[in-house]
Write a new protein. Structure first.
Lengths: 137, 552
């Protein structure tokens, strides 16, 4: 039997907007995933630490403060340093299209922008997990 | 005198006759989930007595408005929330907005300032100037208000945990302009309770935070009499996903908690209550919003009079600023947001707001461009001068629908007040996570309604555009801003009298450890060019930091 997808929903930086992160966390839980929510005001270091400790399959980063081009790359950098290379990174928030393209180049799999449906996010994660190397762990 | 029995009978017969008429497949519930009847008639407001429940504008219970002449006497203040980049960038935008005809200033600070960090703090990395203006010291504040006469313009500052410091900066800038603190006019948001509940930009735990707030209230009642010491806010509670009734109830409950805190320190309610103000959201459900504002005025007046024994007329006034709902705007087809904002602004005006901010069409994508904010201001000006809605006060009074909704939302708020009181008050309810859970549950419910297409959002789940191209200018924050600001604050620390700063920070620490009013010490430290981050560090060492237990 397939195990549950483990997702870390994280709020990096000083941004206090947690409505979206909580809605996504609830939806993924209702879709049968194991969700850990970090809470607010996390540094990239704290997020990577939590991801490794909780042995998650997916890290979801939510940033609405405009600081995404510093925070997302820093998380990716730290994961590389720790030798973590099989975790899916997705994100959401207020991220202009030109930055989305940049972030995808850096290793973010997908950015879910305003108007995205939680059903869509859940399906995407499930599909990815099925084919990922982590499914057999 | 209406014969309500006769009307009820006749309505029943009308319902039977019209049973065959089909209804669309829609929820027919307000955005907040309140069922809306197809028709409202006099019997729906049978128990409402005009003189007791509505009365006259400017008179108890103020349901119809806080001033007896409302917009015939003076229009609402057109006050656009604004700030980005460095103080120089924002000063430029403030002059632009004033030239466009806005009548009051409203400052948006960047996240580091909001959370109590200087721009060169490690936690400020990547955040400088991005969602508001970078203000690290009095020096930045002087630039922010360059060539803006503080005896002529009133300013609202959206700042909470560090509010005392920004107020001190403002007082010092005015002083340098030769304007006494007795003359300056404005508001600090300074509403920490709703931070724990919704906006989440806290620093210290509740108890010391309330001490800071009551210190500000006491200081201002003597030295800054024209200043609104708190903008008790529902806007953020609504943005976080609450219903209209929750927004109303949690905001007023916070207000009552501040009143109790003030009374507890020995202040007479009539010395500080006249300077409490409010801040509400204006969402898209037109009539629900209007009912909400009217109910808010009536509830506040009644409770202040009957429960807290306020005697001054000014203590009973629920004066409020409104901002149109950011959370209702879409990233898809952003021009549509102009329309959404216009309807929301109209609701706020029909609801009797004293001050109004209209969102720009591009705010789901970035901070407002000049073009977008100009349209947003014009929206207010068109309502004010072209629609005629300002000519008669509270024009929707007497509508069976609106009065019924006003009564209903008042009742719902009352149920929440009872629940919160049973828990031991707002702070206990926050500790239990009750208010936060109500909000996140409402947010989740709303999202599910949208995904099930029970609620249509134009451009998002209906009337979509394939391969849409954004054709409006989008403001971008130059990363250079961070470099410039970091250099600025470092240069300030190098050139100021560091001995003086040290002794002022020491004095602040002592005051925090004791019972002295903090404001004079914060002002003294500000004058010496102590930075915001340095003052907050001192206070953190004494007061500690708040930690939230995350739930979803």
């Amino acid at each position: 039997m397939e195990r549950k997808v483990r997702v870390l929903v994280a709020k990096p930086g000083l941004d206090g907007h947690d409505r979206g992160a909580k809605v996504v966390a609830s939806a993924l839980r209702d879709a049968g995933m194991e969700v850990i929510y970090t809470g607010l005001h996390q540094t990239p270091e704290m997020i990577v630490e939590a991801a490794v400790q909780e042995d998650v399959d997916v890290i979801g980063l939510s940033v609405l403060s405009g600081a995404h081009m510093t925070l997302f790359p820093r998380v990716i950098e730290l994961l590389k340093e720790k030798g973590v290379d099989d975790v899916l990174i997705v994100g959401g928030g207020i991220i202009p299209q030109r930055d989305v393209d940049e972030l995808v180049k850096l290793g973010v799999a997908r950015i879910f922008r305003p108007g995205a449906r939680t059903v869509e996010i859940a399906e995407y994660l499930k599909e990815w997990f099925k084919c990922s190397s982590r499914a057999s762990i | 005198m209406e014969d309500f029995e006769k009307i009820r009978e006749a309505k029943k017969k009308w319902r039977d006759r019209s049973q065959k008429s089909q209804q669309r497949n829609a929820l027919f519930q307000s955005i907040s989930g309140e069922p809306v009847e197809m028709l409202y008639t006099p019997d729906d407001v049978e128990d409402t007595e005009y003189l007791r429940d509505l009365g006259f504008p400017g008179e108890y219970p103020f349901t119809r408005g806080v001033r007896d002449n409302m917009y015939r006497g003076r229009l609402w203040t057109m006050r656009q929330f604004s700030g980005f980049g460095t103080a120089m960038d924002s000063n430029k935008r403030y002059h632009f907005l004033l030239e466009c005809g806005q009548t009051g200033l409203s400052v948006a600070f960047h996240m580091p300032t909001i959370m109590g960090y200087d721009s060169d703090h490690p936690r400020a990395l990547g955040e400088v100037g991005r969602c508001g203006v970078a203000i690290d010291s009095l020096e930045d504040m002087e630039v922010l208000f360059d060539r803006i006469p503080l005896d002529k313009v009133s300013t609202s500052m959206t700042i909470n945990a560090p509010a005392a410091i920004l107020l001190a900066f403002y007082i010092c800038v005015a002083e340098k302009q030769g304007v006494s603190s007795q003359k300056i006019s404005g508001t600090i948001q300074n509403d920490i309770l709703k931070e724990y509940i919704a906006q989440k930009s806290w620093i210290f735990p509740p108890e010391p935070s309330l001490r800071i707030i009551t210190d500000i209230m006491a200081f201002c009642s003597e030295h800054v009499p024209r200043w609104n010491t708190i903008s008790i806010s529902g806007y953020h509670i609504r943005e976080a996903g609450s219903t209209a009734a929750q927004e109303l109830a949690f905001t007023l409950a916070d207000g009552f908690a501040y009143v109790e805190a003030g009374i507890k320190t020995g202040l007479d309610v009539d010395t500080f209550a006249p300077r409490l103000s409010f801040f509400f959201n204006s969402h898209l459900d037109f009539f629900e919003e209007i009912a909400k504002y009217r109910a808010a005025r009536r509830i506040w007046a009644r409770v202040m009079k009957e429960k807290y024994g306020a005697k001054k007329r000014e203590s009973l006034l629920m004066r409020f600023h409104t901002q149109t709902a950011g959370c209702s705007l879409t990233a898809q087809q952003p021009e549509n947001n102009i329309v959404r904002t216009a309807y929301q602004a109209l609701a706020a005006v029909l609801g009797g707001t004293q001050s109004l901010h209209t969102n720009s069409m591009d705010e789901t994508l970035a901070l407002p461009s000049e073009k977008a904010v100009q349209v947003a201001l014009r929206t207010q000006q068109i309502i004010a001068f072209e629609t005629g809605v300002t000519d008669a006060i509270d024009p929707l009074a007497g509508s069976y629908y609106v009065e019924s909704m006003t009564n209903r939302i008042e009742k719902k708020a009352g149920e929440y007040f009872e629940k919160i009181e049973k828990m031991g008050g707002v702070i206990k309810a926050i500790e239990k996570g009750y208010l936060q859970k109500e909000i996140s549950d409402a947010a989740y419910r709303y999202q599910r309604e949208i995904e099930r297409r029970q609620r249509i959002i134009v451009g998002v789940n209906e009337y979509l555009m394939e391969n849409e191209k954004i054709e409006i200018p989008i403001l971008a924050i130059d990363p250079e801003v961070e470099r410039v600001q970091v250099a600025r604050v470092k240069a300030l620390r190098a050139k100021r009298d560091s001995g003086l700063v040290k002794s002022r920070l020491e004095a602040l620490k002592k005051a925090a450890e004791g019972k002295d009013n903090l404001m004079p010490h914060i002002i003294e430290a500000s004058r010496a060019y102590a930075t915001l981050g340095e003052m907050i560090e001192v206070l953190k060492a004494v007061f500690g930091e708040y930690k939230e237990i995350p739930i979803f």
